[in-house]
Design a protein around this ligand. Structure first.
Ligand code: SAH
Length: 393
């Protein structure tokens, strides 16, 4: 087998079972492995450390499949998928939409599998994952038995691996144009071929349900609303009114459809830029009882953290200004490059500059179908707070 030999002293993170090898840690690679091939990783003194997938074009030059010397073959992937499902047995939501495989945190770097009813969506984002596409599809077919396995390998990170995006049916019938899923009694249509990520933001499920519990009689502003995950739940929870903002017209079209499917009163939909619209609302002295800020990833890596911090501060400051006394802010960051502690500091700075006293009343994160492996803290990308603005005197 091909070997990747580390520079002296660079085995430390692997010994703590962190599953990535950065290109700067590599002394040499023996033989001529192709992109996605399996390598044995050894320390400079020749100690075996792991078997991993080779990503020659990426800064993350190898991702660990296993910490023991073993064959990586179709049986390995079948085993990992069975394990991911078994571990979720007690944690899968009462919903027919859930994440079945969560990449590094399930021992499968670069592999995400989401279930939407009878459709499984497979998203591959590393050379090693793409190399084993067929084995992964076969394993999901055998273990999950869906009607369709659809591939959505079009995440931005693929370009860093030098891999062409691929979207299409892998197994079974073509999926319906929109797959309807039930999430705790709410119906959502998911656009599997064209929607964001694999079609829906499954990671916000628990937080949407929390919003449902807190929305009664409140006037709600849902910023970065996408297909209405938060809007629909606010309406089900008895919100007095909901205003939804998104820059994508098609997303708001799907939002209106999802509201209608649940036989709820329509939300006020505004197509535009949240940064500008919040300023406009401030100038118009509009106010709300509950605001959701669920922006896209401003900082994919720590290198973008400064610029992202300014963007988070900006929208959180404006939101604090728009909240009535006693109002609630559901604020999120899904940026891998912004840790929870930093995000809390940014939100604190925003409240200070807005001139409001606020408390964190709840800490939010992704649900149990998005576990965080303890050896892979990067898995905790979604951080949120429910903040409450002080009431009158
Ligand atoms: N809250 C959603 C997910 C939000 S994803 C849910 O729970 O399903 C982020 C959304 O922000 C996307 O729909 C994208 O179209 C939108 N978006 C990105 N930048 C924006 C901007 N500057 N102003 C308004 N919307 C924006």
């Amino acid at each position: 087998m091909h070997e990747l030999i580390l520079k002296p002293g660079r085995e430390k993170s692997l010994k703590r079972r962190h599953p990535w090898v950065f290109s700067g840690a590599v002394a040499k690679v023996t033989g001529k492995p192709a992109s996605g091939d399996t390598l044995e990783i050894h320390s400079h003194t020749g100690e075996f450390l792991a078997v991993a997938a080779y990503s020659p074009q990426s800064q993350i030059v190898a991702r660990v499949w296993d910490w023991t010397k073993r064959e990586i073959d179709a049986g390995f992937f079948r085993g990992r998928i069975e394990r991911a499902l078994a571990l979720r047995a007690h944690f899968l939501p009462t919903s027919d939409a859930a994440r079945l495989v969560h990449a590094e945190s399930d021992g499968l770097p670069g592999v995400v599998a989401d279930r939407y009813g009878e459709t499984v969506v497979l998203q591959l984002s590393s050379a090693g994952a793409v190399r084993w596409r067929d084995a992964l599809a076969d394993a999901l077919e055998t273990v999950v038995r869906p009607k369709t396995i659809f591939e959505r390998s079009d995440a931005d990170v693929l370009a860093l691996e030098g891999i062409e995006p691929r979207i299409g049916v892998l197994r079974g019938a073509a999926p319906p144009a929109r797959v309807a899923v039930d999430e705790a009694g709410a119906t959502f249509e998911v656009d599997v071929p064209h929607g964001h990520k694999t079609g829906f933001y499954l990671d916000q499920r628990d937080n949407r349900l929390r919003l449902r519990e807190l929305a009664a009689k409140r006037e709600v502003l849902d910023c970065f609303a996408y297909s209405g995950g938060f809007t629909v739940n606010a309406l089900i929870g008895g919100a007095a009114a909901v205003t939804a903002i998104d820059s994508s017209g098609p997303a708001l079209g799907l939002l209106a459809r999802n509201v209608a499917l649940n036989q709820l009163p329509q939300a006020e939909c505004i197509e535009g830029d949240v940064f500008q619209l919040l300023r406009k609302m401030r100038d118009q002295a509009r106010s709300f009882d509950l605001i959701v800020l669920d922006p896209p990833k401003f900082a994919p890596t720590a290198a973008h953290a400064d610029k992202a911090a300014r963007a988070y501060k900006d929208i959180n400051l404006l939101a604090f200004k728009l909240l009535r006394p006693g109002g609630l802010l559901f604020t999120f960051s899904c940026s891998g490059g912004v840790a929870r502690e930093l995000f809390q500091k940014i939100v604190a700075g925003a409240a200070l500059d807005a001139g409001v006293d606020a408390q964190i009343v709840e800490q939010l994160s992704a649900g149990a179908d998005h576990p965080v492996a303890l050896n892979f803290p990067e898995g905790e990308y979604l951080k949120g707070f429910i903040c409450r603005v002080a009431g009158g005197a």
